[in-house]
Write a protein that binds this ligand. Structure first.
Ligand code: ADP
Length: 451
């Protein structure tokens, strides 16, 4: 079988290659993983946590090289690649949280004495995307392993080297077969889903998520899905407009818009719209674009030509249907799309309804707060949402009416430590992080004795 080549989206150069896993080998890989699970589980939480902590420390010492690999494979600015790699070293808090979430609990009602255990499921498959090619694997692999499962990781075919490097770092300390990688594309993912795994944790597109849910239903396998978003931002009249515009630019263009909680739609009352748009255009001017390895670059390329053409198709359709370009909109060369600000975006445009995943900030002017809320909620998605307004009840009132899973008030959506990462509606199925998230990697068992 031909190896899987990885290309640098900024230059088109080959970064490296990995052998593709033969489909016929996947059942045997699952058997090996299953055979390794009891001994891994027998180490207990503390034993597993100690090994995972020791292994993760290497992400700090090797962050420069690993970050460079991330940037070469998918284009993000080097500082962000290094930041991603470095963040994977800090596992202690999460491991502690997992230990607490999975500790047995006792219940006594005077007649029965029960203990609730959270046991590992067995073998977990983790199928991951390319936009955070080490962090997304970590979000699934770490809690799955810490809970006593073994894991088979299939990284995205766009970033096989980063996925492999992530697993290789952990495997320097982990016992054999506790974490195995499968390399390839859709076919390997499908075969893994159909194989004898107990849980499938997936982050990726909504369409693939639906496929996985259908495929998993035959054996009623456990499934955790984190899918796309169409995140709205509402700017209220009392908002700090400079702060709001700065946030809108950063959150629309970060990672070239290839983030599941990117700001994809911005709703602004007519009375403040001129000022907000002017500030957004100003903030956009500082979004230097280029090869992520170059100094000062804030926005890299699209991951591949398919993603670029998807974004350009939406952009061109929106302009031909009446949206006005306030910044960017042209000069899209090679794999790049110039950070673009549109206004006059309406609900009928595909750019307002389908996930874009590109560096386009879309402004819609509204007559009232109620119109903003109604339009923000007019989507099948429901991952994140953001409201900028005065600190006070009105802003919170608006935030509480948004149908997303995570809502940021005057900030991004990420919550305090211990809170879940959760999508509503078609943005997800289950949780990441938090007690709720950690317990998904386990089978709950209740043991009851008479008192
Ligand atoms: P994107 O189009 O953004 O790459 P996908 O949802 O297609 O997102 O891919 C995310 C991950 O899912 C990748 O690792 C990919 O190989 C894998 N994948 C794609 N299709 C399937 C499928 N039908 N079953 C299982 N995994 C799949």
């Amino acid at each position: 079988m031909k190896p899987l080549k990885s290309y640098n989206p900024s230059t088109g150069d080959v970064v490296g290659e990995v052998p593709v896993t033969s489909l016929d080998d996947i059942p045997g890989i699952v058997e090996r993983s299953r055979a390794a699970q009891p001994a891994w589980n027998a180490l207990g939480h503390d034993g597993r946590a100690r090994l995972l902590t020791e292994a993760a420390a290497s992400f700090r010492t090797r962050a420069d090289d690993l970050g460079r690999l991330i940037t070469q494979e998918m284009g993000k600015p080097l500082a962000e690649g290094i930041g991603e790699a470095k963040s994977l070293a800090s596992v202690q808090h999460e491991l502690q949280e997992i230990g607490e979430a999975l500790a047995p609990e006792t219940f006594d009602d005077g007649r029965h004495h029960s203990t609730v255990h959270h046991d590992p499921l067995g073998v977990c498959a983790a199928i991951t995307p390319w936009n955070f090619p080490m962090a997304m694997p970590a979000w699934m692999v770490l809690p799955a392993l810490a809970a006593g499962n073994t894991v088979i990781l299939k990284p995205s075919e766009e970033t096989p080297l980063s996925g492999q490097a992530y697993a290789d770092v952990l495997n320097e300390k982990l016992p054999r077969d506790v974490l195995i990688t499968v390399q390839g594309a859709d076919d390997q993912g499908k075969r893994l889903v159909d194989s004898d795994v107990d849980l499938i944790a997936f982050t990726g597109s909504r369409e693939t998520g639906k496929h996985i849910l259908r495929a998993a239903s035959g054996g009623l396998k456990r499934v955790i899905l984190e899918l796309g978003g169409k995140d709205p931002m509402i700017v209220l009249e009392g908002a700090d407009l400079e702060k709001a515009a700065q946030f809108a630019a950063v959150n629309s263009f970060r990672n070239a818009g290839q983030v599941c909680v990117s700001t994809e739609r911005i709703f602004v009352p007519e009375v403040i719209a001129d000022r907000f748009e002017a500030l957004l255009v100003e903030a956009t001017a500082s979004m230097t674009q280029g090869d992520g390895l170059d100094e000062g670059v804030k926005v890299g390329p699209m991951v591949n030509a398919r993603q670029r053409s998807h974004v350009l198709t939406q952009l061109e359709a929106a302009v031909s249907e009446g949206a006005k370009v306030l910044a960017g909109g042209s000069g899209h060369h090679d794999n790049f799309i110039t950070p673009t600000v549109l206004t006059g975006v309406t609900e009928e445009m595909s750019i307002a309804t389908e996930e874009t995943f590109g560096p386009v900030a879309c402004v819609t002017r509204v007559e009232s707060v109620d119109e903003a809320i109604q339009k923000a909620n007019a989507t099948h998605f429901g991952l994140g949402a953001v409201v900028f307004g005065e600190d006070g009840e009105e802003t919170t009132r608006v935030a509480r009416q948004l149908t997303a899973g995570m809502i940021g008030i005057n900030q991004a959506v990420e919550g305090a430590r211990g809170t879940p990462w959760v999508g509503a509606r078609q943005s997800g199925f289950g949780f990441h992080k938090s007690k709720d998230g950690h317990r998904q990697f386990t089978q709950t068992r209740v043991l009851t004795k008479p008192v």
